[in-house]
Design a protein around this ligand. Structure first.
Ligand code: BGC
Length: 436
């Protein structure tokens, strides 16, 4: 493998993120946050959401819709007050390509039909008024608590005719079409905001919400209002040639730069691009005929990285199994070790960028970490990857030293849906109070 060691070292170096690099990200993040808040040029949109952390005493029965990935979920739940959630029913519906990339009307009509199915299964009446919290996890410029227009699609969505439109109106029109008039959207919520609200319902010290899943984003509290940062679009990052290639071949070229280096939608593809390069330069899999599958974009899923990175069998047999699935019938142990190393490099960088973003947000509120902060965090990558959360924590320790214990990262599963219900409850309460 002449020259390959050098090549690997070079790749490794380009993916390393030192403490100084993280400090630089924090500094740039602060500048972009400030500009975004002032509505000046910035890669961070800093969208006001019109909601604050809940009081914890919200009560009632609510429906929450969660749209933002390959599944669409509907939840029906009861908020008991005192931060407690009672009876919860949830159902998942799979979105297919025609919903994600077809006409926008297809998408919203499908959502309305799912709601109809849900209402039937749950024996819900068409008369009882029921407020819904609508989690819509894309960049939306909110114009109020229950209105906002889509700025652009992310995460591979491209449904036509939705950008620039009020997504609540689109949903209500589709509901009308299905003859459902008793349920009204009373809150439009980003998933990070849902997550902060779900945790905040039981603990008011929660002031940051983060998602690291198919996409990534964060929100925090600024002057009593939750701000949706839309951090996936942050672009002051040092990129490798593989990042550039991924961006160039993506359907949203030039945007969501941080997301493309961090989130589950892309990490597998970055690893694949590196491996493909090594195969092309004859450093890897020389005994295996050049594989068709391996050349296929997005064939290395981020879930596979989790399997590879947690493979501790002496022969890396699970890695071998996955490589076979990808069309690499023969690999040496050395080669499998290399694959594992590359996946580790890519996911480690992602976790360190995430840590820097979290650190920037916390220090934006409290520069010296004088008080405790709870970061409510959810998302498949954070939850399921074997090292991601540990790597974030150790990066935070590098940044803050002993003060890291003032940051409490709390996994908040299904937060986006539950939180949307909590926010719908806040709105319902405000409306009730106003009517009294
Ligand atoms: C979207 C955000 C969302 C994040 C996590 C990003 O692609 O722009 O609005 O919060 O994904 O789902």
């Amino acid at each position: 493998m002449m020259g390959s060691d050098k090549m690997l070292q070079r790749i490794e170096k380009s993916f390393a993120l030192s403490l100084n690099d993280m400090r630089k990200i924090i500094k740039d993040f602060h500048a972009e946050m400030r500009n975004g808040l002032l509505r000046q040029k910035s890669s961070l949109k800093m969208i006001p959401t019109y909601v604050n952390i809940p009081a914890g005493n919200e009560k009632g029965r609510f429906i929450a819709l969660d749209l933002g990935g390959t599944n669409f979920r509907i939840l029906k739940l009861e908020l008991m007050g005192k931060g407690k959630i009672g009876d919860l029913k949830a159902r998942k519906f799979v979105l297919d390509k025609k919903h994600i990339t077809g006409k926008g009307k297809n998408l919203f009509d499908f959502v309305a039909r799912c709601i109809k199915v849900f209402m039937k299964k749950e024996k819900m009446s068409y008369d009882e008024k029921m407020p819904i919290g609508f989690t819509f996890s894309f960049p939306v410029e909110q114009t109020g608590i229950a209105s906002g227009h889509l700025l652009r699609w992310t995460k591979g969505f491209s449904a036509r005719g939705v950008i620039g439109m009020d997504v609540v109106k689109l949903l209500e029109k589709a509901l009308d079409g299905e003859g459902i008039s008793n349920i009204k959207v009373s809150a439009l919520v980003n998933d990070t905001v849902g997550t902060i609200a779900a945790r905040g319902y039981e603990n008011r010290n929660c002031d940051v919400g983060v998602i690291i899943g198919t996409g990534t984003n964060g929100c925090y509290v600024e002057n009593q209002m939750i701000i949706n940062i839309e951090w996936g679009n942050f672009n002051k990052l040092k990129r490798t040639s593989y990042d550039m290639q991924l961006d160039k071949e993506s359907d949203n070229r030039g945007s969501q730069i941080l997301e493309k280096m961090v989130s589950g939608m892309y990490l597998g593809e970055i690893s694949r691009l590196i491996l493909e390069d090594l195969v092309r330069k004859k450093t890897l899999f020389r005994k295996s005929p050049p594989s068709i599958i391996f050349a296929k974009k997005y064939s290395l899923k981020t879930e596979y990285m989790s399997i590879i990175e947690s493979d501790s069998s002496p022969n890396l047999s699970r890695t071998n199994m996955l490589l076979r699935r990808l069309g690499i019938s023969k690999s040496s142990l050395e080669e499998r070790k290399l694959v594992k190393k590359i996946c580790g490099m890519v996911s480690r960088r992602a976790s360190r960028i995430s840590a820097a973003a979290i650190a920037a947000v916390v220090t934006k509120m409290d520069s010296n970490l004088y008080r405790k902060h709870i970061v409510a965090i959810d998302g498949s990558l954070y939850e399921k990857h074997p090292h991601f959360s540990k790597n974030i924590k150790s990066a935070l320790r590098e940044i803050f030293g002993r003060k890291t214990n003032r940051i409490d990262m709390m996994l908040t599963k299904d937060g986006s849906g539950k939180g949307a219900a909590v926010i719908a409850a806040i709105t319902a309460k405000v409306e009730e109070d106003a009517a009294e």
